[in-house]
Design a protein. Structure first.
Length: 244
């Protein structure tokens, strides 16, 4: 079944103003992955003609979808489905795990990597003894060529080895050294991106981003990770299943 045929059926199954029905039809088609992430929508004129709606009605609908982060508009190229990432909070997975599970190529740009004594604030949060050697890793996390997150991770050197160069999956490296977290405490909140974070994420200053702090604990209850990340709010959705 073609996209236009499916959209027509979704329009006809609804009642109410045409603009609202069209927005709902396109939204549900994107959420049901009838249009794949990164895929272009048909040209405005063609889509409006095929659906029997005016271009102004369609344009208002597309503006609403763009404001909601479902699509992005590229000048001279058209409208594309956003590559939003659904992150489950009920499973302990890393960025690389999330990308690979969705068939997306994960890429990391290393901005800083160093071995040093544990910083006092990390020692306070994690109860790691002062003087503990830790590996500090600052990275940009990308899906293909698109920046999704900026993060700073601090882990004991024993969890990754002194020869770790910061490449590849951090959790994968910790797995090989028996240091991957078994339990985490995590907090999330929306914040306005300051100039530095905005520059890293390539968004405008004061844009809302998702700041995530977490402490990971190993099998014996000892902290093995102290991390803070800033995720683009228009690309990442956190989802949870709650049972009552």
């Amino acid at each position: 079944m073609s996209l236009v045929t499916e959209l027509r059926q979704r329009l006809n199954r609804q009642r109410g103003p045409l603009g609202l029905r069209l927005t709902n039809a396109l939204t549900s088609a994107i959420e049901d992955e009838l249009i794949a992430a990164g895929e272009a929508l048909p040209p405005e004129r063609e889509l409006a003609d095929d659906l029997g709606v005016s271009r102004s009605t369609l344009r208002l609908c597309l503006e609403q979808l763009a404001e909601g982060g479902l699509i992005e508009t590229r000048r001279g190229a058209g409208h594309f489905v956003s590559r939003r990432i659904l992150k489950p909070v009920t499973r302990l997975t890393g960025f690389t795990d999330d990308m690979v599970s969705r068939g997306i190529q994960p890429i990391s740009r290393i901005l800083e990597k160093t071995i040093m004594p544990v910083p006092p604030d990390t020692a306070f949060r994690t109860a790691l003894p002062l003087g503990t050697p830790v590996f500090v890793l600052v990275r940009l996390r990308l899906a293909g060529d698109e920046i999704l997150a900026y993060e700073r991770s601090i882990v004991p050197v024993t969890s990754v080895g002194e020869d770790y160069d910061g490449t590849g999956s951090l959790y994968g490296r910790m797995d090989r050294h028996g240091g991957r977290p078994k339990r985490i405490l995590q907090s999330m909140r929306a914040v306005e991106a300051g100039p530095e974070i905005a520059d890293h994420l390539k968004v405008k200053p004061s844009t809302a981003v998702l700041m995530i702090r977490r402490i990971g604990y190993g099998g014996h209850g000892v902290a093995v990770e102290d991390a803070i990340s800033w995720y683009r709010g228009d690309r990442y959705d956190y989802v949870a299943e709650i049972n009552g």
